[in-house]
Design a protein around this ligand. Structure first.
Ligand code: DAH
Length: 359
């Protein structure tokens, strides 16, 4: 009888086509009310001799059927996995889809390079608002009321802020990042050694001007900073940025209300057949404005000019990107033309290098 039961159960387990059917077979054989369990329950009615042999046989049958179920379960699981793998197979020989590949915009790349160069010189990065007021943009920076330098900035004015009075009520889009000299000095104690990068706005539009553009500003203030530091710092910067150890530079006197003395820095270049080549040559190209911070600016920001002094500089990020990467028209930076972006953009996996070329 046990042999017959074994044959039946073996057949049932073996023919289970999926895990549900197998579970049913397990319940039928070994469940609380299963066939083997039922027989076990009858052992008490048998004589001690019979109980011993039948008990042993039933235990063996239980073990055998359990092992069979286990084996069948493994086989069914493998079958299910194989079926899934066959179904979900992907063809690794398919070529990559020739779709647009993202690139890093030359502005972002250039700003990363600037952070890398100035960061290595010990500068930290500060940020501030695009919407400013007349006081931070002009007055605190020593632009006297009605001074023509204010007009030169082609400022975008916004409606007055009714909650403020005077210069602070006159809202505008910052025309330069120099505003952050003021904000940073007012919010922190000297010494200062920062760069600021961000968007600036002027109402202007041609090959070298767009209403929105980016600037980088630098500010170094301490007790013993002089023009020699300014020159050394900016020479090192220009040589690192353009990747030319021997890049000629010169400083020309200039005027900015917030610096005294003021200068503009030129780098050497040559212009031949309408082309421009940076490096030693017989011509010069202006790249930035700079100077020793005017005592009035320090005073306006709560810094004692008898104790502290230093230098500042500012330049256009697009301008130096155009020079380094040979981009002829500033307006194209903001056209979002995918062909332009893939031509001038940078590989996202590239590290922003401190200098392309030497070093
Ligand atoms: N803010 C000036 C501009 O937008 C650039 C500049 C010149 C910034 C001289 C400076 C500086 O910090 O010292 O034209």
């Amino acid at each position: 009888m046990i042999a017959q039961l074994k044959a039946q159960l073996t057949d049932m387990v073996g023919s289970a086509k999926d895990l549900n059917a197998l579970e049913e077979a397990r319940v039928t054989a070994l469940g609380k009310k299963g066939r083997i369990t039922d027989l076990m329950k009858t052992l008490g009615t048998l004589s001690p001799e019979e109980r011993k042999t039948t008990g042993a046989e039933l235990n063996t049958l239980k073990d055998e059927i359990s092992a069979l179920i286990e084996k069948q379960e493994q086989a069914l699981k493998k079958q299910a996995l194989d079926a899934r793998l066959a179904h979900e197979k992907m063809d690794v020989t398919l070529s990559v889809r020739p779709q647009a590949k993202g690139t890093i915009h030359p502005i972002s790349q250039t700003m990363d390079e600037l952070v890398s160069i100035f960061g290595a010189m010990g500068f930290s990065v500060a940020e501030g608002p695009d919407i400013e007021d007349d006081w931070h943009n002009f007055t605190a920076l020593n632009f006297p009321p009605g001074h023509p330098a204010r007009e030169m900035h082609d400022t975008f004015y916004l409606p007055d802020d009714p909650k403020q009075t005077g210069d602070a009520a006159k809202k505008l889009l910052r025309t330069h990042t120099s505003t952050m000299q003021v904000r940073h000095m007012m919010a922190n104690k000297p010494p200062y050694k920062i760069i600021v990068m961000g968007r600036t706005y002027r109402s202007d539009y041609d090959m070298t001007h767009t209403p929105m553009f980016h600037q980088i500003e630098g500010l170094v203030i301490d007790k013993d900073i002089h023009m020699g530091h300014l020159k050394g710092c900016l020479m090192d910067f220009a040589r690192a940025y353009f990747g030319m150890d021997q890049l000629p530079v010169r400083f020309r006197p200039s005027f900015f209300p917030f610096t005294e003395p003021s200068a503009e820095m030129d780098i050497g270049c040559s212009r031949k057949d309408g082309g421009l080549k940076i490096g030693a040559g017989d011509d010069w190209l202006e790249i930035l404005g700079c100077g020793m911070v005017h005592p009035n600016v320090l005073k306006n920001c709560g810094v004692d000019p008898d104790e502290y002094q230093g230098f500042a500089f500012g330049m256009g990020v697009e301008r130096i990107a155009m020079l380094k990467y040979g981009i002829p028209d500033l307006r194209t930076f903001f056209d979002s033309d995918v062909r332009w972006l893939s031509h001038y953009g940078f590989d996202p996996l590239d590290r922003p290098n401190r200098a392309t070329g030497s070093k």
